[in-house]
Design a binder for this molecule. Structure first.
Ligand SMILES: Cc1ncc(COP(=O)(O)O)c(C=O)c1O
Length: 375
């Protein structure tokens, strides 16, 4: 019903993904889709635009209701308006959350390889980073629970969870999340769960919100957004949820202390429109993503470029070590040979890997697959 085949042209716009990309190149490095957002989101923004008056925005009770319904229906996450606050993006919310529940010198655990701002949320604020490195197995990526327990036992204050995980594409199971919850309760660790990729479950996997599993809901902070799901990243709209009123108050102050804490009417309109009428669009999108993965992954495997089959996200995390290069040299080599621009794995903590984002039209994914044969 929706057109995911049209080769949208983003050249000449302010898209980071397409800026400086050569005529014969394909950018596949940024978690940003080449698709138009669902019509219900665009129409909601259009209505706002047509009004022609863009003054300060009041709290949007209907917007909260839509978000609450969506997250309860699809991810078992329940929260009230009082347990949530707005943030202009998940990354600033991560930082505010880390600051709110830890002090300089405290240890924060994360799981490398990981989306780079996780590092800065810890290291740029005087916290100590402990890497509970994910394990590569024949069945795909797994958590090392024994190491996680060691880190918690050694006194970690916070676990910064990426769920689903960028870049390895795991949608953590109820059992895995339950193990984290048991350990976090035993060692009294705060869990900050970044669930920005939550809606992008594929191949029948289901994202369950961590807060619905932890028996200490007042020791959990959940970060959610509609931006990744519906390609609204440039609108900077996200939500922080925490049952503990004092902690949420601290987060809210950290976010708004600069005076820059308010929502924007376009972000809210788009989010409301997407939650109201975007479900079918999302289901169709996921089919396209699955097809893209099925198109590109076999070629990579044939070339000796191992990557696990993702369960969520539109990302492949690819082992490029057979090419004998790493970091910038590896991505420069891939760009020179194929014209495909991929992400430098060093930024995620492992330069022998690169990240390939398949949030594009299948014709472009097919082109990427063809070009990967040159490696
Ligand atoms: C795990 C994760 N968190 C946060 C973000 C970015 O969030 P925002 O653009 O809302 O700051 C991304 C973007 O790729 C991400 O992968």
């Amino acid at each position: 019903m929706y057109d995911f085949n049209e080769l949208t042209d983003r050249r000449g716009t302010l898209s980071i993904k397409w800026k400086g990309v050569g005529e014969d190149e394909i950018p596949a490095f940024l978690a940003d889709m080449d698709f138009r957002s669902p019509p219900s989101a665009v129409e909601a923004m259009q209505k706002c635009l047509d009004h022609g008056i863009f003054g300060y925005m009041a709290d949007d009770a209907e917007g909260w209701r839509l978000q609450q319904e969506w997250w309860k229906r699809w991810h078992d996450l329940e929260f009230t308006r009082e347990e949530a606050c707005y943030s202009a993006g998940v990354v600033p919310a991560q930082v505010a959350s880390v600051l709110a529940v830890s002090a300089p010198g405290d240890t924060v655990v994360l799981q490398e390889p990981i989306y780079p701002p996780f590092f800065s949320a810890v290291k740029n604020h005087g916290r100590i980073l402990a890497d509970n490195h994910l394990l590569r197995t024949d069945e795909g990526w797994r958590m090392d629970f024994s190491d996680l327990e060691d880190k918690f036992r050694a006194g970690a204050k916070v676990f910064l969870l990426c769920s689903p995980h960028n870049p390895v594409g795991r949608v953590w199971t109820r059992e895995e999340l339950g193990k984290i919850a048991d350990l976090a309760a035993r060692y009294d660790v705060w869990v900050i769960s970044d669930e920005i990729h939550g809606d992008m479950e594929i191949y029948g996997h289901r994202h369950i919100s961590y807060a619905s599993i932890d028996r200490r809901p007042d020791r959990v902070i959940t970060l959610i957004a509609a931006t990744k799901t519906f390609n609204l990243q440039g609108l900077h709209q996200s939500t922080v949820i925490c049952r503990d009123a004092e902690t949420l108050g601290r987060i809210r102050s950290l976010i708004s202390n600069t005076g820059a804490g308010g929502p924007n009417i376009f972000g809210q309109a788009a989010q409301n429109g997407a939650y109201r009428g975007g479900r079918e669009w999302l289901e169709e999108l996921k089919k396209v993503i699955e097809k893209n993965i099925e198109t590109v992954r076999p070629v990579l495997l044939e070339k000796g470029l191992w990557c696990a089959k993702p369960e969520g996200t539109y990302i492949l995390w690819v082992d490029g070590s057979c090419l004998g290069l790493s970091g910038k040299e590896l991505v420069d080599h891939i760009r020179a040979k194929t014209g495909v621009i991929v992400t430098n794995g060093s930024d995620f903590g492992d330069g022998s890997f690169f990240r390939l984002v398949l949030a594009t039209q299948t014709a472009r994914a097919e082109e990427i697959a063809e070009r990967m044969k040159r490696l």
